[in-house]
Design a protein around this ligand. Structure first.
Ligand code: NAP
Ligand code: MG
Length: 476
C-alpha cells in the first residue's frame, strides 16, 4: 500500500542487511508500515547514484529542468488529497492542515520551475585593470537534504525543487517518524521526467553516522538541514571537515506582539494560525504571546473562545481540527511546559490536561500571566499551548522579544502601520508577520538570524544555496 523501501538510482530496494523500522500512526499508536533503514553500503550506493546522475542533469537546458519541475507541480497538484492523507496518517495533523501542507509543498515545484530559467549573472568592468568580469552561477554538486517530521512533504520539496532547478542531484534523508510522504513523492518525480539518480531517498535508524558518511564524501557539496538547533550544530561541525556549504533552518522561539491599537479579532485570528498550524509543532509557531496590558483581558478571552471551539481527534475524521502530537515524547514535553508555567503562577483558561490514550493528544491550551522565568518562554513549546504575558510599552516588548538566542520569525499586530514597520525593523528576526499569522511562502526568502539558522529557502535566494558563483576575468 505504501512505498517502504529505499529509493536509490530510480529503483526501490531493501536495506542491504534487510533491516527495517516501524512508522507509527500517532492517532492510535498502530504501526502503519515497516520501512527499510539504510546501511553504510546503501548510503554509498546513493552517493554513487547521485554522482552518476550529476553531469547529465547539470548539462540539461534550464528550460528542460524547468518543465520537468512544472510537470511535477501539475502531477502533484492532482494528488494532493492522497498526499494529505498520508501526512495525516504518519504525522497526525488534521485533514485541512495536511491539505494546506500538501498545497504549500506542491507550490515549491511551480515556483522553482519559474526560477530555473532566471538564474542571471552579470558582466562588470574592473575599474582598476579594465578587465571584463563575467559572473555566472554553476550547480554546486550533490545536495544532502535532511528533513524533520513536522512537515513531511514541504520541508522536502522546499529543498528538492531549488536543488533540481539549479542542476544538482540530491540525497534526501527524511525523519524516521515520517518517511512515507517523501517516498510517495518519488513516483510523481519519475512521471514528471526526473532521471534516475537525480533524487534519492534514504531513511535510517543511523541518522548520525549516515549523514556523517555523506558529509565526509568529497562529492557532497551542500548540506541543507531543517530541524533542531542541537542537530544543526552537529551538522555544521561535520560540514566543516570537507568545507561543505551549509543551509540551516533551525529552531525558533517566536514572539507574537499584540499592541494596544491592534484589531483584536484579526490578532486572534492571526494567533490561531501562528499557534495552531500543525498543532503548534512548527518552528514558526507563536511561542511567546505578548499582549498590551490594556487589551490583555479582551484578547485572552477571545483566544480562549477560539481555542475551546477546536475539535481534537483523529485527523482523518471529518470535523476534527486538531490531531495528535507526533509522539509520546513531544506530548510529554508539552505537558511539562504547562506544569512548569502553572507552578510559576500562570493561569489556565482552557485545556491543560492530556487525555488518556491511545494517541498522543494534547488539548488546545491558553495560559495567561506566564512569567518570563517559565521554561516555555525560552524553549520551543512545539505544541498547542498559547502562553500569554502582558506588557506595558513598546521599549519593553522589543527588548523582551529580542531576548533569545533564536531569530526565526516574529509577529506584530497593530492598526498603525508606521509603528508596525518601526517595531518590525527593530526585531532581530529573519521574518516578521505584520498583521499576519503566516509567513511561509515559496516566493519569499524563509530563514532565521542568530541560532535559528544560516541561509534562506524559497524566494530568489533559495536556488543559490545550490550554486557556486564563478567569475571569469578577461581582457578583450
Ligand atoms: P531533529 O531531531 O533535529 O531531526 C531533524 C532531522 O535530523 C531528522 O531527519 C533526523 O532524523 C535527523 N537527525 C537527528 N539527529 C541527527 C544527527 N546526529 N545527524 C544527522 N541527522 C540527524 O528535529 P525534529 O525533532 O525531527 O524536529 C523538530 C525541530 O525542527 C524543532 O526544533 C523545529 O523548530 C525544527 N524545525 C525547524 C524548521 C525551520 O524551517 N527552521 C522547520 C521545521 C522544524 P531521525 O529523526 O530519523 O533521526
Ligand atoms: Mg527527532
Amino acid at each position: 500500500m505504501h512505498h517502504t523501501q529505499l529509493y536509490i538510482n530510480g529503483e526501490w530496494r531493501d536495506a542491504s542487511d534487510g533491516s527495517t523500522a516501524p512508522v507509527y500512526n500517532p492517532a492510535d499508536e498502530s504501526v502503519l508500515a515497516e520501512v527499510a533503514t539504510a546501511t553504510e553500503e546503501d548510503v554509498a550506493a546513493a552517493l554513487d547514484a547521485a554522482d552518476g546522475a550529476f553531469a547529465d542533469w547539470a548539462a540539461r537546458k534550464p528550460r528542460e529542468r524547468a518543465e520537468i519541475l512544472r510537470r511535477a507541480f501539475d502531477i502533484m497538484s492532482g494528488q494532493r488529497e492522497e498526499i494529505a492523507r498520508l501526512i495525516t496518517l504518519e504525522n497526525g495533523k488534521a485533514s485541512a492542515d495536511a491539505m494546506g501542507e500538501a498545497t504549500y509543498a506542491t507550490e515549491f515545484f511551480r515556483w522553482f520551475s519559474e526560477e530555473a530559467v532566471r538564474i542571471d549573472g552579470h558582466m562588470g568592468h574592473s575599474p582598476a585593470s579594465g578587465a571584463r568580469t563575467l559572473v555566472h552561477h554553476k550547480p554546486a554538486g550533490i545536495g544532502v537534504l535532511v528533513t524533520p517530521w513536522n512537515f513531511p512533504a514541504a520541508m522536502g520539496t522546499r529543498k528538492i525543487a531549488p536543488a533540481l532547478a539549479a542542476g544538482c542531484p540530491v540525497i534526501i534523508k527524511p525523519a524516521l517518524e515520517t518517511p512515507l510522504t517523501m517516498l510517495a513523492l518519488m513516483p510523481i518525480l519519475e512521471e514528471a521526467g526526473v532521471p534516475p539518480g537525480v533524487v534519492n531517498v534514504l531513511m535510517t535508524r543511523r541518522s548520525g553516522p549516515a549523514v556523517s558518511q555523506m558529509l565526509h564524501d568529497h562529492r557532497a557539496r551542500v548540506v541543507s538541514f531543517t530541524g533542531s538547533t542541537q542537530v544543526g550544530r552537529i551538522l555544521l561541525k561535520e560540514a566543516a571537515d570537507n568545507v561543505i556549504t551549509p543551509a540551516m533552518e533551525l529552531g525558533g522561539n517566536a514572539p507574537f506582539i499584540v499592541c494596544k491599537d491592534a484589531d483584536i479579532p484579526a490578532a486572534v485570528e492571526g494567533a490561531m494560525v501562528a499557534k495552531m498550524r500543525n498543532m503548534g509543532e512548527a518552528c514558526t509557531a507563536a511561542n511567546r504571546i505578548y499582549v498590551h496590558e490594556s487589551v490583555e483581558e479582551e484578547f485572552t478571552a477571545a483566544l480562549t473562545k477560539a481555542m475551546e471551539g477546536l475539535q481534537v481527534g483523529n485527523g482523518l475524521e471529518p470535523g476534527v481540527d486538531v490531531g495528535p502530537l507526533v509522539n509520546a515524547a513531544t506530548r510529554d514535553k508539552v505537558a511539562e511546559f504547562v506544569k512548569d508555567a502553572v507552578a510559576r503562577g500562570a493561569r489556565v483558561h482552557c485545556g491543560g490536561e492530556a487525555p488518556e490514550g491511545p494517541g498522543f493528544f494534547y488539548p488546545p491550551t491558553v495560559l495567561s500571566g506566564v512569567p518570563t522565568e517559565a521554561a516555555c518562554m525560552h524553549d520551543e513549546i512545539f505544541g498547542p499551548v498559547a502562553a500569554i504575558q502582558a506588557f506595558a510599552d513598546e521599549e519593553e516588548v522589543v527588548r523582551l522579544a529580542n531576548a533569545t538566542e533564536y531569530g526565526l520569525v516574529a509577529y506584530v499586530f497593530t492598526r498603525d502601520m508606521a509603528k508596525g514597520l518601526r517595531i518590525s525593523e527593530r526585531l532581530d528576526y529573519g521574518m516578521v508577520g505584520l498583521n499576519r499569522g503566516l509567513v511561509s511562502d515559496p516566493a519569499a526568502p524563509f530563514g532565521g538570524t542568530k541560532q535559528s539558522g544560516l541561509g534562506r529557502e524559497g524566494g530568489h535566494a533559495g536556488i543559490f544555496e545550490f550554486m557556486e558563483t564563478q567569475y571569469i576575468s578577461t581582457n578583450w
